[in-house]
Design a protein around this ligand. Structure first.
Ligand code: AMP
Ligand code: ZN
Length: 493
C-alpha cells in the first residue's frame, strides 16, 4: 500500500478558485509542468521562491509514493521584453550588449541556475527541455492551430486570433478576465499593426534582419512566440491533458491563459486539471523584480555580500524561511524575518540531532500517531508547510521532554516518531542537517567577528599598522570590512 492511498490531498485550483480533491488522471502517476526561467540573467530570490515551492510539492508527491514526471523548461528563445509581442528578445538583447553569442548567454545563466538550485538542495526535475530544442514541435502546433481556423498569417508572422477563439471558447477563464474588458483596457502600441486585434498574440514572429536567433518555417525565417514552447513541451512529455501546471502568479496572464487557448485551439482540450500559482516574494515590502531592479540574488544572501542584510544565511535557512509561509501567500524578505527563521531552524536541528540518542521506554505517554497524522493533514491541505513546521516544533518539544524523562515512547512509537521527523524535515522540506556550529557560514562569521574585535582593540591602542594589516589581509582573501555608524560588518566576494 502506498501512502497516497491513505492521504487525500486538497489543492487550491486557480482555474476554479476552489480547494479541490486531487485525483490524478492515472492512479499512482502525476504529470507536473512548471514554467522555468528565461536564462538571460542570474535568477533572483523571487524566481527561486516559486521554484522552491514546487520543489517541496514535488518532494511531497514523491514521498506519498506517486511516480511523478516533473517537467520544468528552460526558456532560451522567444521571450520578448514586452508581453504585447513587441520589443527585443531578452536573450538576444543581452548577447548584443555583451557582444557574445545568444547561446553563450543561455549557457552562462543555465549553469548559474543549476548551481544555485544545487546549493539550495533542489531535486532535479525529471525532464528539463529547452525552447530551442523543440522548434519543430512548435511549428507543428502552429500548423494545427491555423488549420483549425484559430490563427492567421500576416507578412511572415502568425498570430492567434483571440476574438475568433472567444466565440467558441472562453478566453480569460484562468485569470478571470473578459475579452470585452481587455479590449477596453488595451492601448494600441506602435509596431502591432500586423495584428487584426491588439489582444491577439504571436505564435511565430518573422525575424528582422539583425535578429540572430532564427529558424526556417513555412511562414518565414523567424522564431516562436513565448507562450508556444510550454504548450509544445508539456504536450510532448505529459500528454494533451495532464495533472498539474505551476508557475508564479504573474504568469497567469497572459502566459498561462495563452497556453490554455493554444491547447484548446490545437487539440480541442483544456490541457491542465489543476493550475497552481505561487505568490510573490517581496523585498522589504516591494515585489522582487528584474525590471525594477529590486532584487537580491541567492549567492548575495548566501555570502552576505549585499546592501540589505546584516549577515550571510545558510542554504537551509533560506529553505526554512520559504517553507514558513504558504506558497499562496505573499512573502516579504526582511532581515528580521530571516534572523527569526535562522533561530527556529537551528532550534529544530538541535532537537533533530538528539533523536538518535533517545532511549525507548516500556510504555508511551504521547499519542505519536495523532501527531504524525497532523503532519500529513497539514501537507494534504494544499501543501500547508507553515502548519507542518508548527507540528515539527511540537516534536522538538517532545524530543526534549523524552530526553529529560518527563515523557516516554516505546520502541515502536520512537521509530515511527524518528522516521516521520526525518521524512518531513529532510525528504519533504529538503532541509540539510546543519547545526549552528557546523555551518560553514557561521564558523566564518565567528572567525571574522573575532578579527573585527582584535582590529578594534588595535585601533583603541593606536596600533594602526596592525588594524590596517587585519583589514588589508582580509581583503586579500576576499573578505571586505565595512565601517559604519553601527560598527563594522563584513561581506565575502
Ligand atoms: P522568469 O525567468 O522571469 O520567466 O521567471 C521565472 C519564474 O519566477 C516565474 O514562474 C515567475 O512567476 C517567478 N517570479 C518572478 N518574480 C517573482 C517574485 N518576486 N516572487 C515569486 N516568483 C517570482
Ligand atoms: Zn510557461
Amino acid at each position: 500500500m502506498q501512502l497516497y492511498q491513505s492521504n487525500q490531498i486538497k489543492l487550491y485550483n486557480s482555474l476554479t478558485g476552489k480547494k479541490e480533491v486531487f485525483k490524478p488522471i492515472e492512479e499512482g502517476y502525476v504529470g507536473m509542468y512548471v514554467c522555468g526561467p528565461t536564462v538571460y540573467s542570474n535568477v533572483h530570490l523571487g524566481n527561486v521562491r516559486t521554484f522552491m515551492s514546487f520543489d517541496v510539492i514535488f518532494r511531497y508527491l514523491k514521498h506519498l509514493g506517486y511516480k511523478v514526471r516533473y517537467v520544468r523548461n528552460i526558456t532560451d528563445a522567444g521571450h520578448l521584453e514586452n508581453d504585447a509581442d513587441v520589443g527585443e528578445d531578452k536573450i538576444t538583447k543581452k548577447a548584443r550588449l555583451e557582444q557574445i553569442e545568444p547561446m553563450e548567454v543561455v549557457q552562462r545563466y543555465t549553469v548559474d541556475f543549476h548551481n544555485i538550485l544545487n546549493t539550495l538542495n533542489f531535486l532535479p526535475p525529471s525532464i528539463e527541455p529547452t525552447a530551442t530544442g523543440h522548434i519543430i514541435e512548435q511549428i507543428e502546433l502552429i500548423k494545427s492551430i491555423i488549420s483549425n481556423g484559430f490563427a492567421y498569417e500576416v507578412n511572415g508572422s502568425v498570430y492567434f486570433d483571440v476574438h475568433k477563439f472567444n466565440k467558441t471558447n472562453k478566453y480569460g477563464k484562468l485569470s478571470k478576465r473578459k475579452l470585452e474588458d481587455l479590449i477596453h483596457n488595451t492601448r494600441t502600441l506602435d509596431g502591432q499593426s500586423d495584428k487584426k486585434n491588439p489582444q491577439d498574440f504571436a505564435l511565430w514572429k518573422k525575424a528582422e534582419p539583425q535578429h540572430i536567433m532564427r529558424w526556417p518555417s513555412p511562414w518565414s525565417d523567424g522564431f516562436p512566440g513565448w507562450h508556444l514552447e510550454c504548450t509544445a513541451m508539456s504536450t510532448k512529455y505529459l500528454g494533451e491533458q495532464f495533472d498539474i501546471h505551476g508557475g508564479g502568479m504573474d504568469l497567469k496572464f497572459p502566459h498561462h491563459e495563452c497556453e490554455i487557448a493554444q491547447n484548446e485551439a490545437a487539440k480541442g482540450k483544456s490541457p491542465v486539471n489543476y493550475w497552481l500559482h505561487a505568490n510573490m516574494l517581496e523585498l522589504n515590502g516591494q515585489r522582487m523584480s528584474k525590471t525594477t531592479g529590486n532584487t537580491v540574488n541567492p549567492d548575495e544572501l548566501l555570502s552576505g555580500n549585499n546592501k540589505f542584510f546584516s549577515k550571510a544565511y545558510a542554504p537551509s535557512v533560506i529553505r526554512f524561511f520559504n517553507a514558513q509561509s504558504s506558497y499562496r501567500s505573499v512573502l516579504d524578505l526582511t532581515d528580521d524575518g530571516l534572523l527569526a527563521s535562522e533561530k527556529g531552524f537551528y532550534r529544530l536541528m538541535d532537537a533533530v540531532n538528539l533523536l538518535e540518542n533517545l532511549k525507548p521506554s516500556d510504555k508511551s505517554t504521547i499519542d505519536i500517531h495523532a501527531w504524525k497524522q497532523k503532519c500529513y493533514d497539514a501537507m494534504n491541505d494544499d501543501f500547508n508547510s507553515p502548519i507542518l513546521i508548527a507540528h515539527l516544533f511540537e516534536a522538538a518539544k517532545y524530543i526534549n521532554q523524552i530526553k529529560d524523562g518527563s515523557e516516554r515512547l516505546n520502541t515502536e512509537d520512537l521509530k515511527t516518531f524518528t522516521d516521520t521527523i526525518n521524512a518531513f524535515v529532510f525528504d519533504v522540506l529538503g532541509l540539510e542537517n546543519t547545526s549552528k556550529n557546523e555551518s560553514g557560514t557561521d564558523k566564518l562569521s565567528g572567525a571574522v567577528d573575532l578579527l573585527i574585535k582584535l582590529r578594534q582593540e588595535a585601533r583603541a591602542n593606536k596600533d594602526f599598522a596592525l588594524s590596517d594589516k587585519i583589514r588589508d589581509e582580509l581583503a586579500e582573501v576576499g573578505i571586505q570590512l565595512k565601517d559604519g555608524k553601527d560598527g563594522t560588518t563584513f561581506s565575502v566576494n
